[in-house]
Design a protein around this ligand. Structure first.
Ligand code: CO
Length: 496
């Protein structure tokens, strides 16, 4: 593999972070390692922390001098950080998708990317090539005895949970049709109805959109098996990246967005670049009763939603006759146009992610929303044992500055009951990715445990693993990885 040199970057006026440090994370992952021990720089690794921290994200951003147009078009690479006896080892491996194998052999891009990466030869060679490149780069979860590398527009890839070897595209024991969409955002019900479950969905979209809601057993001899399945059709185009669950409901937010595929068909834009806000549209919550809950078998409902665009939800719960859902709202749908270089994006021109709470009145069909935190945030979660319940604490990645958009450089613990905040920051030269809260085994304190996160250390141009104490975000340990990973996407914790 060879890598083109990065273009030089200069500080833009008023910029508080080092753009060259931030952009230097956009590199190819050069090696695949097996169980390499990480170097402990500071602190100690708690012995109770035993299991795998899996993380997915783009690992290949350039081929033969051509860069992807957007990092989300980079091929999925899985990192498995194994915590065992107070040590951490790293195994990392690209998902052997069909496209990755073909492009690896030819050493050039042979597919168009959804976020605007084009093949060589201009729009003539891209027009009418409507194949979807399943790059398996968005999330990684364990279901039954397999690890699944997820990409929402198509089927998951199954991997071996220890070696990370790709077994192949999976239809989950016949559940999925070939190429059927399967979300990259499953939610793990901690046991609202006796046993824990993985709740997830697939969406088939068009002038009408159909959501398939699926629930899988995650424990016992049936682990990995489908235990409930329903389909609901709603009016209008639906771009659904994430959703939320409560004991009785699956909650989706249908953004007011339109899709004009023409520039994609004629080879000028990637499919996701053809999405735009629909000023005449109305955002809606789509509420689907869960088969395991008190409204099983009833029809789905819709309730109007606040304006704005949502990728990710924090959590939802039920309170009296209302549903409560906390989500990260952007004023507008952010996109990178065909002429822009992603490493030159001006954060000042991008809308920031604001955490808002919405109360849905199921009897009246109305909503009420309020802002919880104005500081730009992403990748927010609650203690996994509180998924779907009224959680007190949340952990999230945030921008360093108090207002406006900016790169994610800090981690925040937010008390949702009294707005008290704890912040750990690696600014100006460090950049965080999704923080994962891992509860301390057998503890009933909601904020007892750790937060793990892979950060880009701009100073040494490499990736570090940080372990913080969940309750006050004090540093528990810092470890250096032997190789660097680009800013990544989602991950999960699998306890031993
Ligand atoms: Co996501």
């Amino acid at each position: 593999m060879r890598t083109s040199a990065l273009k030089p970057f200069s500080k833009k006026a008023g910029e508080k972070f080092d753009r060259a440090d931030w952009a230097s994370a956009y590199c190819n992952v050069e090696k695949e390692l097996e169980e390499q021990e990480l170097k402990l720089i500071k602190g100690t690794i708690p012995k109770e922390l035993s299991g795998y921290f899996y993380r997915n994200g783009p690992g290949r951003l350039e081929r033969d001098g051509q860069w992807v147009h957007h990092p989300f078009d980079g091929d999925g690479m899985i990192a498995a950080l194994r915590f065992h006896n107070g040590k951490v080892t790293l195994t990392n491996r690209f998902v052997r998708t069909i496209a990755w194998q073909e492009e690896e052999k030819e050493q050039k891009f042979l597919y168009r990317g959804v976020f605007g990466t084009q093949k060589e030869g201009g729009f003539l060679s891209n027009a009418f090539d409507l194949r979807l490149k399943n790059i398996a780069n968005t999330h990684v979860v364990k279901l039954g005895d397999r690890l699944l590398a997820l990409w929402e527009a198509s089927s998951p890839h199954a991997l071996d949970p220890e070696s990370l070897k790709t077994i192949g595209l999976s239809n989950l024991n016949g559940v999925l049709k070939p190429g059927e969409a399967f979300s990259a955002h499953p939610r793990f019900d901690p046991g609202h109805h006796d046993v824990p479950r993985m709740v997830t969905f697939g969406v088939k979209t068009g002038p009408k959109s159909t959501i398939r809601l699926m629930e899988f057993a995650t424990s016992g001899k049936d682990a990995g098996h489908l235990i409930s399945d329903r389909k609901d059709t709603f009016k209008g185009f639906a771009f659904l990246h994430d959703f939320a669950i409560t004991p009785n409901w699956a909650i989706f937010l249908q953004n007011a967005i339109s899709f004009n595929p023409f520039p994609f068909i004629v080879g000028k834009k990637g499919a996701a670049q053809c999405l735009s806000s629909d000023p005449k549209g109305r955002a809606k919550f789509l509420l689907i009763p869960r088969d395991s809950g008190s409204f099983a078998g009833e029809e789905s409902r819709t309730i109007n939603a606040p304006d704005g665009f949502v990728f990710h939800h924090l959590n939802a719960w039920e309170e009296d006759k209302t549903l409560r859902i906390n989500s990260i709202y952007y004023k507008d749908f952010p996109t990178i146009g065909p002429e822009e270089d992603f490493r030159e994006i001006n954060f000042d021109l991008l809308p920031e992610g604001i955490l808002k709470s919405c109360k849905l009145n199921l009897e009246e069909g109305t909503f009420h929303s309020k802002s919880i935190s104005e500081q730009c945030c992403e990748f927010a979660m609650v203690n996994p044992k509180k998924q779907g319940l009224n959680a007190r604490y949340s952990w999230m990645a945030i921008a360093e500055q108090k207002s406006g958009n900016g790169p994610l450089q800090a981690i925040k613990k937010l008390d949702l009951f009294n707005s008290k905040e704890e912040i750990w920051s690696c600014a100006p030269r460090g950049f965080v990715s999704e923080p994962l809260m891992i509860p301390k085994p057998a503890s009933s304190n909601e904020d007892e445990g750790w937060v793990v996160c892979l950060i880009w250390n701009g100073e040494r141009r490499g990736t570090d693993l940080i372990i913080l104490k969940a309750h006050d975000l004090s540093e528990q340990a810092i470890l250096e990885l032997p190789i660097g990973f680009p800013h990544g996407l989602h991950g999960s914790w699998v306890a031993n």
